[in-house]
Design a protein around this ligand. Structure first.
Ligand SMILES: [Zn+2]
Length: 311
């Protein structure tokens, strides 16, 4: 799946991302210290946290005169004597409940990021249904994101969206949201009037092996270490879509938001559903077609969660 299949040339989805990519010229190097959580947040080691906390506390004798310090200490001793027995009692109570709390700990949180393409002054493509009604791709993407969010929430899957309104979101911001969410899957939602069925795109970056836990990852190519997982996610989506009777074409392309994501990520582009004669049965703007797609994607993500939780 590294190269595009016959008849599908690698390209910028909807033709709009290439422009956005050029606008994002700078290289951002982000520490990537905790690969297990594949978040790009800075993880501060515990001992550093303690040090940082202590650095903000002025030494006691610097704050008070010697005499005031003695008086203060006496007051603190009296307060401590009154409070300590209760604190120790609370501690003992907590300790007695610790095994129970550990047993009832929830499994690792499974988070899906839904990235509705376009938005704001970027309308995306024009989608036309059989009656000639035109829908902008940005509206389609937001509607699909909302629909899918409801389905996933009903299945107990936590969802983070890159936008919940008609606003512009930069590719870097989309990637930041996905990386901060420590998502187990990200779907970028798009639509087109060309082709048929659903197009699934993974990043065209050359797959890279994970480096050492402390080595930084270039922001623009973070996805390189996740290409294999993204292909697996595309496989799960493909299975569910085919099962739902929706033809699928898979390929790889350069998508600046996805290229900067440190999680399994696939661009899902809905194209019209045509009959055997090439006539359009359903267009991407058709609510029934969207609902059918959303159900299939939700089923795929439930399956993906089951795979992720396998020991
Ligand atoms: Zn698009």
């Amino acid at each position: 799946m590294k190269t595009a299949p016959q008849g599908l040339k690698p390209r910028s989805c909807c033709g709009t991302h290439g422009t956005l990519r050029q606008a994002q010229g700078r290289l951002k190097v982000v520490p990537f210290q905790n690969r297990k959580t594949h978040g790009m947040v800075k993880i501060v080691p515990f001992q550093n946290r303690e040090t940082h906390g202590m650095a903000n506390v002025m030494p006691f004798q610097n704050l008070l005169s010697q005499r005031a310090a003695s008086a203060g200490l006496r007051r603190i001793s009296r307060i401590a004597a009154a409070v300590l027995p209760a604190a120790l009692g609370l501690l003992a109570l907590l300790q007695s409940h610790l095994p129970l709390m550990a047993q009832s700990q929830a499994p690792e949180r499974f988070v899906v990021v839904l990235d509705a393409g376009h938005g704001g002054d970027d309308p995306g493509g024009r989608l036309e249904d059989k009656s000639g009604k035109v829908t902008e791709e940005k509206s389609f993407a937001l509607a699909l994101s909302e629909r899918l969010r409801s389905l996933l929430a009903a299945r107990g899957i936590a969802v983070v969206t890159t936008r919940a309104a008609d606003i512009a979101v930069s590719p870097d911001r989309r990637a930041e949201i996905a990386n901060q969410a420590k998502a187990q899957a990200c779907l970028s939602l798009h639509a087109t009037m060309s082709g048929t069925g659903v197009h699934l795109y993974t990043s065209s970056l050359a797959p890279a092996a994970a480096g050492s836990a402390s080595s930084p990852i270039p922001w623009k190519t973070a996805q390189a270490q996740w290409v294999a997982q993204s292909l697996s996610l595309a496989g799960a989506l493909n299975n569910a879509l085919v099962h739902a009777g929706i033809p699928v074409i898979t390929g790889s392309t350069s998508l600046s938001a996805i290229d900067s994501m440190g999680c399994p990520a696939v661009a899902v582009e809905l194209a019209p559903l045509n009959d055997a004669g090439g006539g359009q049965v359903n267009g991407p703007a058709d609510p029934g077609y969207q609902a059918h797609l959303a159900e299939a994607l939700a089923a795929a993500l439930v399956e993906w969660r089951a795979e992720a939780r396998k020991p």
